[in-house]
Design a binder for this molecule. Structure first.
Ligand code: NDP
Ligand code: 8X3
Length: 254
């Protein structure tokens, strides 16, 4: 059987771009996200274009029971996952700590930290069983720095950074590689989700600079996972040229 990659959050942005580049390179795919129609559209498109096999799983990474049922139900030969891309994630709101919305905090912690853990618990056990695999966690510049009002989102991405380091230690005896790919600003649905569909506010994030695009990050993920088996890229931070740190950004004047 050909190689298999499992991508969470495959309906948009970085996850969709990863699905594309792995299909292009002949991987069969397990794609997971909540939006059924979007997921099926992408799956059919990639399967037709690249002649690869795809299982699409409509699931919410926060729902541990359903996630576990859906993942464990896939045929045994599909559990030989070579690459897991833990990409599903989001930011909600940009408020100071004293004004943060508890719902937003719960959503970010449940998705970015607990959801990533739920998926990893299952897939890493498969990988250990086959003594093979590579886990790529999509972190962020927000996991290396904190910025005003980024509090809880930054905390979740710092947790992803810690988990990447911890997974690397725990999975070392099994020869399983663990890498973190940490992007700076990427223009995707991310800011629309953060600002709850406020298009004007979302557009402003990228105004006057050339942000990264999802394909830039998919390229980095592909680079990291296509090194020889004795090479592990621990982490990689990819920024737009116009962004030096989380907050120092060169914007063109209007
Ligand atoms: P998008 O909003 O474009 O994509 C997010 C993806 O995650 C979607 O496919 C969404 O699918 C999925 N998703 C969200 N919540 C869940 C859930 N509960 N269960 C399953 N899937 C879920 O954003 P990006 O592509 O930009 O984000 C991808 C990752 O990159 C995230 O972890 C984000 O934190 C990180 N990142 C993004 C940066 C940026 O500037 N854009 C910078 C640094 C890191 P659906 O709604 O169908 O479930
Ligand atoms: C997304 C990038 O700078 O908005 O992780 O936190 S940032």
């Amino acid at each position: 059987m050909e190689k298999i990659a499992l991508v969470t959050g495959a309906t948009s942005g970085i996850g969709e771009a990863c699905a594309h580049i792995f299909a292009q390179n002949g991987f069969n795919l397990i794609l997971l996200a909540r939006r059924k129609e979007q997921l099926e559209k992408i799956s059919h498109h990639l399967a037709d274009k690249y002649d690869v096999k795809i299982i699409s799983i409509v699931a919410d990474v926060r729902d541990e029971k359903n996630l576990s049922t859906e993942l464990e139900a896939i045929p045994e030969e599909w559990k030989k996952v070579d690459v897991l891309i833990n990409n599903a994630g989001l930011s909600r709101g940009l408020d100071p700590i004293n004004k943060g919305k508890i719902d937003d905090w719960d959503t970010m912690i449940d998705t970015n930290v607990k959801g990533l853990l739920y998926v990893t618990r299952i897939v890493s056990a498969w990988m250990v069983g086959h003594a093979n695999g590579h886990i790529v966690n999509i972190g962020s510049i927000a996991g290396q720095e904190v910025y005003p009002n980024g509090n809880v989102y930054c905390a979740t991405k710092h947790a992803v950074d810690a988990l990447s380091k911890a997974m690397r230690i725990d999975l070392l005896p099994h020869g399983i590689r663990v890498s973190a790919v940490n992007p700076g600003m990427v223009e995707t649905e991310f800011s629309m989700v953060r600002f709850n569909g406020d298009t004007d506010r979302a557009k402003k994030v990228y105004e006057g600079l050339e942000p990264l695009i999802a394909d830039d990050i998919a390229d980095a993920v592909w680079y990291v996972t296509s090194r020889p088996k004795h090479v592990n890229i621990n982490d990689i931070l990819v920024m737009p040229t116009a962004q030096a740190t989380a907050t120092i950004i060169k914007r063109k004047e209007n």
